[in-house]
Design a protein around this ligand. Sequence first.
Ligand code: CU
Length: 234
Amino acid sequence: MSTLSRTFAPLAAMGALIALTACSTAAADVTVDVTGTDDGCTLSADVLDAGNIGFEFKNEAGDVNELYVLKANGDVVGEVENVTTGTRRTLVVDLVAGDYLVRCKPGQTGDGIESAFTVTGDGGTAQATPDRTLTFESVEFRYPDLDVDGITAGETIRFEMTNNGSQAHEFEVLDPDGNAIGEVASTEPGGVSGATITFESPGVYTYQCILVDENTNKQHTELDMTGTFDVAEA
Ligand SMILES: [Cu+2]
Protein backbone atom coordinates (compact mmCIF):
# COMPACT_ATOMS: atom_id res chain seq x y z
CA MET A 1 0.00 0.00 0.00
CA SER A 2 2.64 2.53 1.06
CA THR A 3 4.95 1.37 -1.73
CA LEU A 4 2.17 1.96 -4.24
CA SER A 5 1.43 5.48 -3.04
CA ARG A 6 5.12 6.37 -3.11
CA THR A 7 5.33 5.12 -6.67
CA PHE A 8 2.23 6.84 -7.91
CA ALA A 9 2.28 10.16 -6.10
CA PRO A 10 5.23 11.64 -8.08
CA LEU A 11 3.68 10.38 -11.33
CA ALA A 12 0.38 12.06 -10.54
CA ALA A 13 2.17 15.30 -9.66
CA MET A 14 4.11 15.16 -12.92
CA GLY A 15 0.91 14.62 -14.88
CA ALA A 16 -0.64 17.69 -13.30
CA LEU A 17 2.41 19.80 -14.13
CA ILE A 18 2.41 18.71 -17.74
CA ALA A 19 -1.28 19.46 -18.06
CA LEU A 20 -0.78 22.93 -16.59
CA THR A 21 2.10 23.88 -18.86
CA ALA A 22 0.67 22.32 -22.02
CA CYS A 23 -2.84 23.73 -21.76
CA SER A 24 -4.35 27.14 -21.80
CA THR A 25 -2.81 30.20 -20.19
CA ALA A 26 -6.02 31.09 -18.39
CA ALA A 27 -7.51 29.20 -15.48
CA ALA A 28 -11.20 28.47 -15.77
CA ASP A 29 -13.57 30.26 -13.39
CA VAL A 30 -16.23 27.66 -14.12
CA THR A 31 -16.22 24.38 -16.01
CA VAL A 32 -18.82 22.54 -18.02
CA ASP A 33 -18.70 19.04 -19.51
CA VAL A 34 -19.20 18.53 -23.23
CA THR A 35 -19.73 14.99 -24.43
CA GLY A 36 -19.22 14.24 -28.11
CA THR A 37 -20.73 11.08 -29.56
CA ASP A 38 -21.29 9.87 -33.14
CA ASP A 39 -24.50 11.90 -33.31
CA GLY A 40 -24.41 14.20 -30.30
CA CYS A 41 -22.67 17.17 -28.71
CA THR A 42 -24.12 17.55 -25.23
CA LEU A 43 -23.45 20.18 -22.57
CA SER A 44 -23.88 19.42 -18.86
CA ALA A 45 -25.37 22.93 -18.38
CA ASP A 46 -26.80 25.43 -20.84
CA VAL A 47 -26.65 28.60 -18.74
CA LEU A 48 -23.13 29.59 -17.66
CA ASP A 49 -21.52 32.49 -15.77
CA ALA A 50 -19.51 34.96 -17.84
CA GLY A 51 -15.72 34.78 -17.49
CA ASN A 52 -13.12 32.14 -18.25
CA ILE A 53 -15.17 29.04 -18.96
CA GLY A 54 -13.51 25.63 -19.21
CA PHE A 55 -15.19 23.23 -21.64
CA GLU A 56 -14.12 19.74 -20.61
CA PHE A 57 -14.58 17.82 -23.81
CA LYS A 58 -14.89 14.05 -23.72
CA ASN A 59 -14.88 12.29 -27.06
CA GLU A 60 -17.11 9.22 -26.96
CA ALA A 61 -17.54 9.10 -30.74
CA GLY A 62 -15.99 6.24 -32.70
CA ASP A 63 -13.76 8.65 -34.61
CA VAL A 64 -11.39 11.53 -33.92
CA ASN A 65 -13.36 14.62 -32.95
CA GLU A 66 -13.03 18.37 -32.55
CA LEU A 67 -14.84 20.93 -30.45
CA TYR A 68 -15.63 24.53 -31.35
CA VAL A 69 -17.15 27.26 -29.22
CA LEU A 70 -18.92 29.80 -31.42
CA LYS A 71 -20.92 32.96 -31.03
CA ALA A 72 -24.52 32.66 -32.20
CA ASN A 73 -23.49 34.45 -35.44
CA GLY A 74 -21.02 31.64 -36.23
CA ASP A 75 -17.80 33.40 -35.19
CA VAL A 76 -15.30 30.94 -33.73
CA VAL A 77 -14.24 31.79 -30.18
CA GLY A 78 -12.01 28.74 -29.66
CA GLU A 79 -11.42 25.17 -30.74
CA VAL A 80 -9.57 21.95 -29.97
CA GLU A 81 -8.77 19.49 -32.74
CA ASN A 82 -7.58 15.90 -33.08
CA VAL A 83 -9.25 14.61 -29.91
CA THR A 84 -9.04 10.85 -30.27
CA THR A 85 -11.74 8.38 -29.23
CA GLY A 86 -12.01 7.94 -25.47
CA THR A 87 -9.84 10.94 -24.59
CA ARG A 88 -10.56 14.32 -22.98
CA ARG A 89 -9.37 17.82 -23.67
CA THR A 90 -10.17 21.14 -21.99
CA LEU A 91 -10.79 24.33 -23.92
CA VAL A 92 -10.80 27.53 -21.86
CA VAL A 93 -12.38 30.61 -23.44
CA ASP A 94 -13.26 34.04 -22.10
CA LEU A 95 -16.95 34.72 -22.74
CA VAL A 96 -19.10 37.75 -22.02
CA ALA A 97 -22.88 37.53 -21.69
CA GLY A 98 -24.62 36.39 -24.86
CA ASP A 99 -25.79 33.43 -26.92
CA TYR A 100 -23.30 30.80 -28.02
CA LEU A 101 -22.97 27.32 -29.52
CA VAL A 102 -20.73 24.33 -29.05
CA ARG A 103 -20.07 22.34 -32.20
CA CYS A 104 -18.60 18.82 -32.24
CA LYS A 105 -17.29 17.43 -35.49
CA PRO A 106 -16.80 13.64 -35.33
CA GLY A 107 -14.47 12.63 -38.13
CA GLN A 108 -13.42 16.32 -38.32
CA THR A 109 -15.45 16.83 -41.46
CA GLY A 110 -18.92 18.08 -42.43
CA ASP A 111 -21.19 20.54 -40.67
CA GLY A 112 -20.86 18.99 -37.21
CA ILE A 113 -23.43 18.79 -34.42
CA GLU A 114 -24.38 21.83 -32.34
CA SER A 115 -25.88 22.64 -28.96
CA ALA A 116 -26.83 26.14 -27.84
CA PHE A 117 -26.00 27.73 -24.49
CA THR A 118 -26.34 31.13 -22.86
CA VAL A 119 -23.81 33.11 -20.84
CA THR A 120 -25.08 35.57 -18.23
CA GLY A 121 -23.50 38.05 -15.82
CA ASP A 122 -20.91 40.82 -15.90
CA GLY A 123 -17.70 38.75 -16.21
CA GLY A 124 -15.47 38.24 -19.21
CA THR A 125 -13.61 40.63 -21.48
CA ALA A 126 -15.51 41.99 -24.45
CA GLN A 127 -13.76 41.73 -27.80
CA ALA A 128 -12.50 44.99 -29.31
CA THR A 129 -14.72 46.71 -31.86
CA PRO A 130 -13.24 46.23 -35.36
CA ASP A 131 -11.31 49.19 -36.81
CA ARG A 132 -12.26 48.02 -40.30
CA THR A 133 -13.61 45.06 -42.25
CA LEU A 134 -11.84 43.04 -44.94
CA THR A 135 -14.16 41.15 -47.24
CA PHE A 136 -12.70 38.48 -49.49
CA GLU A 137 -13.55 35.22 -51.21
CA SER A 138 -12.23 31.69 -51.06
CA VAL A 139 -12.00 29.35 -54.06
CA GLU A 140 -9.88 26.26 -54.78
CA PHE A 141 -7.20 26.82 -53.45
CA ARG A 142 -6.77 30.55 -53.00
CA TYR A 143 -8.12 33.70 -51.44
CA PRO A 144 -7.80 35.59 -54.72
CA ASP A 145 -8.89 39.08 -53.59
CA LEU A 146 -7.58 38.98 -50.02
CA ASP A 147 -5.69 42.20 -49.23
CA VAL A 148 -3.94 42.00 -45.86
CA ASP A 149 -1.39 44.74 -46.59
CA GLY A 150 -1.15 47.68 -44.23
CA ILE A 151 -2.29 46.17 -40.94
CA THR A 152 -0.74 47.90 -37.91
CA ALA A 153 -0.10 46.40 -34.46
CA GLY A 154 -3.04 47.11 -32.19
CA GLU A 155 -5.57 47.02 -35.02
CA THR A 156 -8.67 44.87 -34.81
CA ILE A 157 -9.85 43.57 -38.17
CA ARG A 158 -13.16 42.00 -39.07
CA PHE A 159 -12.64 39.28 -41.73
CA GLU A 160 -15.69 38.35 -43.83
CA MET A 161 -15.19 35.41 -46.16
CA THR A 162 -17.55 34.32 -48.94
CA ASN A 163 -16.88 30.82 -50.15
CA ASN A 164 -17.24 30.88 -53.93
CA GLY A 165 -15.49 27.53 -54.27
CA SER A 166 -16.92 24.07 -54.75
CA GLN A 167 -15.72 22.67 -51.42
CA ALA A 168 -15.53 23.93 -47.83
CA HIS A 169 -12.81 26.41 -46.86
CA GLU A 170 -11.68 28.19 -43.69
CA PHE A 171 -9.32 31.05 -42.91
CA GLU A 172 -7.05 30.64 -39.93
CA VAL A 173 -4.56 33.29 -38.76
CA LEU A 174 -1.32 32.42 -36.92
CA ASP A 175 0.79 34.91 -35.00
CA PRO A 176 4.60 35.21 -35.53
CA ASP A 177 5.10 32.33 -33.04
CA GLY A 178 2.76 30.07 -35.00
CA ASN A 179 -0.11 30.20 -32.51
CA ALA A 180 -3.62 30.40 -33.95
CA ILE A 181 -5.16 33.74 -32.93
CA GLY A 182 -8.45 33.45 -34.75
CA GLU A 183 -10.21 31.85 -37.66
CA VAL A 184 -13.13 32.11 -40.01
CA ALA A 185 -14.79 28.73 -39.46
CA SER A 186 -15.01 26.06 -42.13
CA THR A 187 -17.64 27.37 -44.56
CA GLU A 188 -19.59 25.38 -47.12
CA PRO A 189 -19.81 26.54 -50.79
CA GLY A 190 -21.99 29.64 -51.07
CA GLY A 191 -21.68 30.46 -47.38
CA VAL A 192 -20.38 33.58 -45.67
CA SER A 193 -18.53 33.49 -42.32
CA GLY A 194 -16.55 35.98 -40.30
CA ALA A 195 -14.04 36.47 -37.51
CA THR A 196 -12.78 39.47 -35.56
CA ILE A 197 -9.05 39.33 -34.86
CA THR A 198 -6.84 41.75 -32.91
CA PHE A 199 -3.19 41.98 -34.00
CA GLU A 200 -1.40 42.64 -30.72
CA SER A 201 2.18 42.91 -31.95
CA PRO A 202 4.15 43.54 -35.14
CA GLY A 203 5.70 40.69 -37.12
CA VAL A 204 5.06 38.15 -39.83
CA TYR A 205 1.66 36.50 -39.57
CA THR A 206 0.37 33.52 -41.55
CA TYR A 207 -3.06 32.73 -42.97
CA GLN A 208 -4.09 29.27 -44.06
CA CYS A 209 -6.83 26.76 -44.79
CA ILE A 210 -5.95 23.38 -43.33
CA LEU A 211 -9.00 21.48 -44.56
CA VAL A 212 -8.26 18.35 -46.58
CA ASP A 213 -8.98 18.07 -50.29
CA GLU A 214 -10.87 14.83 -50.88
CA ASN A 215 -9.48 14.43 -54.39
CA THR A 216 -5.79 14.61 -53.50
CA ASN A 217 -6.00 13.91 -49.75
CA LYS A 218 -3.74 16.93 -49.26
CA GLN A 219 -4.31 19.80 -46.89
CA HIS A 220 -5.30 22.97 -48.71
CA THR A 221 -2.12 24.57 -47.35
CA GLU A 222 -0.15 22.09 -49.47
CA LEU A 223 -2.19 23.25 -52.48
CA ASP A 224 -1.01 26.82 -51.79
CA MET A 225 -4.00 28.01 -49.78
CA THR A 226 -1.69 29.87 -47.40
CA GLY A 227 0.43 33.01 -47.26
CA THR A 228 2.18 35.45 -44.96
CA PHE A 229 1.77 39.16 -44.28
CA ASP A 230 3.49 41.83 -42.24
CA VAL A 231 1.91 43.64 -39.34
CA ALA A 232 3.75 46.95 -38.90
CA GLU A 233 4.80 48.67 -35.67
CA ALA A 234 2.14 51.01 -34.39
CU1 CU B 1 -9.56 25.49 -48.21
